[in-house]
Design a protein around this ligand. Structure first.
Ligand code: PHE
Ligand code: FE
Length: 298
């Protein structure tokens, strides 16, 4: 049995920093009733919101995996069906991992999931990834063969970028952010959500699709790699893919020359602000920018 969660953040001379632990943690045999309740509340609220807003692939995968509001899913049960479909495995962790560990897990089709769920007072917002974000948000699309391959390729690409230089990682991380976490997909029925950071948030599920404020711009690999993002507010810009195949194909080429080009040309100040629209963008929606914070892009 795991010990209760201890330190989440440690104070250093740089302020509070997350504590990274690499250990794989077994899912507890059971959770307190209050934890199952938190899962159930979040599950029901999000599912109701997401029908007609999340991509069909995402919703169907959740059903196929047997996720339900009744209780926190067992990793072992999810692993059986994942293993049969795309060969992915969920592993339990305490929280964020050191970058290279995270990449290596993905490259080996292992997806790290926080074993603990947020407290009831954190239903609407939590700064770090908990079990609800990871399981409800990330795991369903691992059932999709193309997306499953994309995640593995991203991990392998991360291992490579890590060996190149820190700037390569900055560029690669932006791709993860604007696809895996905050991606939208265009369908005949309209824009739909597939990013885990959106589907696990009530507010952002509505904001990303329906609010006038944010930009919605067509997927463009190098453009995304140059674009700063938000970690403490909703995104100012969402990028829209046409299909998971498009995502896979446009990210398949070796990034090494792209990193070299971006690196030679760009310094930190050349990065594109999170809310900027450029002349070459394929604009689905130009945001009004209402309510945007004036600084704080990462
Ligand atoms: N083609 C990428 C590279 O060479 C690997 C990758 C694939 C990265 C998909 C991200 C997503 O680094
Ligand atoms: Fe996430």
């Amino acid at each position: 049995m795991n010990e209760p969660r201890r330190v989440e953040r440690q104070q250093t001379d740089k302020g509070y920093v997350p504590v990274y632990t690499t250990a794989i943690i077994e899912q507890p045999a059971d959770y307190p009733a209050a934890d199952h309740d938190t899962w159930g509340k979040l599950y029901e609220r999000q599912r109701e919101l997401l029908v007609g807003r999340a991509s069909d692939e995402f919703l169907q995968a959740q059903d196929a995996m047997g996720m339900s509001p009744d209780r926190i899913p067992r990793f072992s049960e999810l692993n059986e069906i994942l293993g049969r479909t795309t060969g992915w495995t969920i592993i339990g962790v305490e929280g964020l991992l050191p970058e290279l560990d995270f990449f290596e897990h993905l490259a080996n089709r292992r997806f790290p999931v926080s074993w603990w769920i947020r407290r009831p007072d954190q239903i609407d917002y939590i700064a770090e990834p908990d079990l609800f974000h990871d399981l409800f948000g990330h795991v369903p699309l691992l059932m999709n063969p193309v997306f499953a391959d994309y995640m593995q390729a991203y991990g392998a690409g991360g291992v490579k970028a890590h060996a190149i230089d820190p700037q390569a990682l900055v560029h690669l991380t932006r791709l993860y952010w604007y696809t895996v976490e905050f991606g939208l997909i265009n369908t005949p029925q309209g824009l739909r959500i597939y990013g885990a950071g959106i589907v696990s948030s009530k507010g952002e599920s509505l904001y990303s699709l329906e609010d006038d404020a944010p930009n919605r711009i067509g997927f463009d690999l190098e453009r995304i790699m140059r674009t700063r993002y938000r970690i403490d507010t909703y995104q100012k810009t969402y990028f829209v893919i046409d299909s998971f195949e498009q995502l896979m194909q446009s990210t398949a080429p070796d990034f090494t020359p792209i990193y070299a080009r971006l690196h030679a040309r760009l310094h930190a100040q050349d990065a594109i602000p999170a809310g900027e629209v450029q002349g070459t963008d394929h604009v689905f929606h130009r945001g009004s920018g209402e309510g945007w914070a004036t600084d704080g892009d990462v």
